[in-house]
Design a protein around this ligand. Structure first.
Ligand code: DGL
Length: 268
């Protein structure tokens, strides 16, 4: 039994799609969420910078006495998982659980991976997928426009600019005949309906948040780190830029009102 909170971080607020899933399956756990909104995006930056940011984000969560740290960020999980090597608590990124879920879902062995430029260039998803099944055929696509489009709130099924970007990015995945597509960035679930419309019904979308929330639950249970609270967890939110619009943006990712206060902090 362990009543310390679960620590979650992301480069921005996309990681709240993971928090949404985790709250549903572990409703009694406290969660501390840190979104580095002052430095988002990470996905277009160098490995050295992403590693430095990830270390600072992890340090911040450790200062909140968390029992496990989840990098709810495709970019950090792909590029900088090594930053967790010396952590005194368990660490979980999104790549492994998401790759596992995709391998379980595919029937034709053809998997598409959508991610930030840094995620795709790192080859982390390819490596993890091929570790699970050497015969897979994988098509990775860098989607640099998706994060700004989501952050701008252009997420409606009829937002033409997002549809155009998605049509362009999905071309190679459609030609490759993938039946399963990984949304390898925690921002992408918000445009899942646009991506799904273009790919068609026969293609399964795997969101990094859902698969990772289930893995987080099983690590906590295996290690006996569950809370003994039964009355519901509490949530704390920290960001590194102005918190004024947090409640509105967070609502998009969490799909519910955010009543808790958000605090602005400085890291690094
Ligand atoms: N949330 C980040 C990810 O999952 C995307 C935003 C960024 O580029 O920092 O990769």
């Amino acid at each position: 039994m362990d009543n310390r909170p679960i620590g979650v971080f992301d480069s921005g607020l996309g990681g709240l799609t993971f928090v949404k899933e985790l709250k549903t399956i572990m409703p009694n756990e406290d969660i501390v969420f840190f979104g580095d909104t002052g430095r988002v995006p990470y996905g277009t930056r160098s490995r050295e910078t992403i590693e430095m940011y990830a270390r600072q984000d992890e340090e911040f969560l450790l200062s909140k006495d968390v029992k496990i740290i989840v990098a709810a960020c495709g970019t950090v999980s792909s590029v900088a998982p090594n930053t967790a090597d010396d952590l005194p608590v368990d660490f979980l990124g999104v790549v492994k659980p998401t790759a596992k879920a995709a391998v379980n879902a595919t029937k034709n062995g053809k998997i598409g991976v959508l991610g930030t430029p840094a995620t795709i260039k790192s080859g982390a998803y390819n490596k993890e997928l091929l570790k699970l099944d050497r015969t897979l055929s994988i098509t990775g696509v860098e989607c640099p426009l998706f994060v700004p489009l989501v952050e701008e709130g252009l997420i409606n099924r009829d937002d033409q600019i997002t549809i155009l970007a998605a049509e362009r990015y999905l071309k190679s995945i459609i030609s490759a005949g993938a039946d399963t597509v990984i949304l390898g960035c925690t921002h992408y679930p918000l445009i899942a309906s646009i991506i799904g419309d273009i790919l068609g019904e026969g293609v399964t979308l795997i969101s990094a948040g859902g698969a990772t929330a289930h893995e987080c639950k099983s690590i906590i249970e295996q290690k006996g780190l569950q809370t003994d609270r039964t009355t519901g967890g509490s949530y704390s939110y920290y960001v590194t830029d102005r918190p004024e619009n947090f409640a509105n943006t967070a609502k998009l990712f969490l799909q519910e009102e955010v009543s808790e206060a958000v605090s602005r902090v400085h890291v690094g």
